[in-house]
Design a protein around this ligand. Structure first.
Ligand code: BJW
Ligand code: ZN
Length: 263
């Protein structure tokens, strides 16, 4: 694909980039969105790699894995319990709300929100068609009987046991080396295969297979629009890049999209 029409650099061109992004969205009946931790940053949820890529002194890849949980489940649960507690006080931001507006504008049948986030903020904002690729921190999964339960809002111990079979519980999230939930992944691939435009928001685009969806979009000739504070591996695949915090860029984009309605 020829990139001569690629718009915006960090130096300038934001106005032109908005215009192109609005035109691409207007001419796309089906839109898919891939979000990452950056979309929740303005809600106060920490991202993974912005703060030096460390997770309590370790690389996230070394700790967010089943081996770490087997080695020291209490240590891992302590970390996730802190994050679960943090989620009790966070609220969706203007970026999450703008994606709700976008879904309502396009109609849920033409819109799929694919998220790598485990914080549940898209649902809290009111998005309907959401595919959670990496699970949800509010849920637990039993390592014995495999039951998945919504325990959001509850305080769990650092070694919680299944109320049904007493086996250790784990967070219902996807660690490195684990497969993504099959249904969510299949539906994500299908949504991207069928979309005309993929909006990639607040992700470093380094974790696979999620990042592979951006390549899939290009393979089916869908236009990629990236919203991020900085360049990522997705930038070179994007038809247009909008630089800045998604809590500001997304509402501007969706407002501009609506502004043409009366014209
Ligand atoms: C803002 C902003 C603002 C900040 N506004 N923007 C090649 C192909 C396939 C797989 C692999 C491969 N190479 C390696 C793999 C394996 C691995 C992988 O991808 N590793 C890479 C790191 C190299 N993948 C896996 O293991 C996956 N499973 C798998 O492949 O299964 C198949 C298989 C199994 C067994 C054997 C063989 C194959 C599973 C991946 C699971 C990822 N899980 C995590 C942790 C979840 C639990 C938890 O929450 O603790 O998911 S890792 C972590 O990264 C989390 C995130 O969802 C994910 C992505 O991070 P994200 O969202 O992009 O956040 P950041 O922090 O990286 O970036 C934030 C961005 O926001 C930045 O760009 C900022 O600039 C921006 N930003 N403020 C806008 N206000
Ligand atoms: Zn159980």
């Amino acid at each position: 694909m020829n990139h001569s029409s690629q718009a915006n650099t960090q130096q300038g061109g934001q106005e032109e980039a908005f215009e192109l992004a609005v035109n691409l969205l207007r001419s796309s009946r089906r839109v898919a969105v891939l979000t990452g931790a950056g979309v929740s940053a303005e809600s106060g949820v920490p991202t993974f790699r912005d703060a030096g890529g460390l997770w309590e002194g370790h690389r996230v890849e070394d700790v967010a894995c089943p081996e770490a949980f087997e080695r020291n489940p209490a240590f891992v649960w302590k970390f996730y319990n802190q994050r679960r507690a943090g989620l009790k006080t966070v609220l969706p931001n203007a970026g999450h709300h703008a994606l709700v507006d976008l879904e309502q504008r396009l109609g849920t049948g033409n819109f799929t929100l694919i998220t790598q986030n485990v914080d549940g903020l898209h649902r809290a904002a009111g998005s309907v068609r959401i595919l959670e690729l990496h699970g949800n921190l509010g849920r637990t999964r039993c390592t014995g009987c495999s039951r998945v339960e919504d325990r959001s809002g509850e305080t769990l111990t650092d070694l919680p046991a299944c109320p049904h079979c007493q086996s250790p519980l784990r967070p219902d999230i996807v660690w490195f080396g684990e497969v993504l939930p099959a249904k969510a992944w299949e539906e994500a691939e299908e949504a991207v295969r069928n979309c005309r435009c993929l909006l990639v928001v607040g992700t470093s685009a380094v974790v696979y297979p999620a990042a592979g969806l951006i390549y899939l979009a290009r393979a089916v000739n869908a236009a990629v629009i990236e919203i991020n504070r900085e360049n990522t591996p997705a930038s070179s695949l994007a038809r247009v890049s909008l630089f800045g915090p998604s809590g500001q860029i997304l509402p501007q984009l969706v407002t501009r999209l609506g502004a043409g309605d009366d014209a």
